[in-house]
Write a protein that binds this ligand. Sequence first.
Ligand SMILES: Nc1ncnc2c1ncn2[C@@H]1O[C@H](COP(=O)(O)OP(=O)(O)OP(=O)(O)O)[C@@H](O)[C@H]1O
Ligand SMILES: [Zn+2]
Length: 604
Amino acid sequence: MIGSNTEKLLGTENHRKLRDSRVLLVGAGGIGCELLKNLVLMGFGEIHVVDLDTIDLSNLNRQFLFRQRDIKQSKATTAVKAIEHVSNSKLVAHQANIMDVDNFPLRWFDQFAIIFNALDNLEARRYVNQMTQFLHKPLLESGTAGFDGYIQPIIPGFTECFDCTTKETPKTFPVCTIRSTPSQLIHCIVWAKNFLFPQLFAPSGSTTTEEDLGTNNAEEIKRIQQETNEFHELQEYAKAGDETKISDIIEKIFVHDIEKLLKIEELWKIREKPTPFYNVVVGESLNPNLNVVWSIQEEANAFAHATRKLMRRMVVEKQIEFDKDDTDTMEFVSTAANIRAHVFNLPRKSLFDIKQIAGNIIPAIATTNAVIAGLSALASLRVLNLIKSKSEIKPLELNMAFTAKASNISSNRYLSNPQLAPPNPRCPVCSIIRGVVHIPSSALKTTKLSDLIESMRDKFLYPGDISLLDKSTQRLLADYDFEDLLEKTLAEINIKYGTILSISDERCDEEELRSTLDLYIDNGGDSSNFELPDVEVPLYKALKAENDEEEEEVEENVVQQASTTGEIIVDQEEKSKKRQLDDAWEPATKMPKIDDDSGVILLD
Ligand SMILES: Nc1ncnc2c1ncn2[C@@H]1O[C@H](COP(=O)(O)OP(=O)(O)OP(=O)(O)O)[C@@H](O)[C@H]1O
Ligand SMILES: [Zn+2]
């Protein structure tokens, strides 16, 4: 019987708590399928699964809850159906984006004892992290990439949050490197995938503004813009499916455009000059082996072949998106990149290798997902204090885990599991004081922005000089010289449920400033008005530094002082702010209860 072993391991009392707990799993992909199976086997009372996506053929090798017949079906629903018949847990599937506030307002998250992230992108991870910070809800963050993986329990207010450390974002290149002076094959691949392909086959594609170009060379800027304009003609050929123009396309992009580039002498003073791809005669022979580097003639043949097929499709489809698994688009991008690499005297690669790069493919390893999902499930028992005969575990006694390869800290250990660190006092997310504004929908239509600001001033003791930002859209709503919106109602300026407002003290010459406060706008409150949260917004010492060096020194002093006074000094956008940890601490209204002093999580 599922769960009966867990009872022996946890003891009757803890097992009952586990059975009474409702948990949320976000993502039913590689880690999510494994984790759902684990959570069901452990016997959590109720498990909600959220995933926005449908099942793809390529998921089947590692997402064991899915079968061929499930392709195109909802991941969340299918995962639940696949395991329902062996489950003692109540399972609820949601096919939706976790960031959709209409489906999942902040208070919806509050029903869960713990939230498991099994996601694959920074945006959604950051979003859930933020929601758990508002609610002081434990979060079990996890991720894998190839053989690497990690789990990180996050106990808001007590341990580092997801954003306490900076995360690597996808690499970008200056436009001029991509459009004029590639020096690596990757630049040619980006050009083929992000510029050439959309120019020809997705005509609503990008336009380039001067600021994005990454160059001041007027001649080069003019050439790049002219080149973009000339592509409109080629687009027309593509749209009309005019196959007789394929040699003109080759001539334009690999000969004429290169000749124009060569005329900008400035560019070639420190670089090797490209050689236009003259006298190309396209033939029929194609190399079927995708794992070898083709001859340049084979590349040209395959480029013409792929272009022909895409042109035929354009007549029907009108617009084609690049997809690494769409053979025609992949062959086009790979051959275009390799011919450009040949022109710029750069080493070429096989179509298979270029597919890995163009599709950002890091192979997903089922075993890594299983290890990480197992650790995530185990860690949740420690986070929720359900381990038998263990004294209560405080947040900073909990462990994270990551593969040594990911961390580079040890060459002969696969897994490291250090204890969690306290919140980073400079974290842009968890160092901010937060609260929830409850407002009935009728009041959104009648409350003026000035009313809300006035109430915030009264309640949180902000001065006259403040700025108010809509964090969800990065809009400035009000500050000392922007008052245009004050007389508008909240609905008129598009403040709605799920909007996060951020109010800051903007006084210049004060020694002490009021901390920044983030407010989540949520449904509720009495029938006619809004209710501001009962949070205390402390003052912090405004530190002025003459130069960076001095600022560093001042901050160091303050952080040291913090450890003796129990205050945390945070640096937000070059200002230092202080707060009492407990001021920001509001225990969740439902389970789990977290002991205010120790942060220990106690299930009822
Ligand atoms: N905002 C979101 N809301 C709900 N689910 C999300 C959101 N963002 C990502 N997901 C889901 O998280 C899961 C992550 O799983 P995984 O990393 O295995 O990705 P995958 O899309 O299944 O596989 P691959 O990307 O390797 O093809 C996916 O199923 C994805 O649909
Ligand atoms: Zn943080």
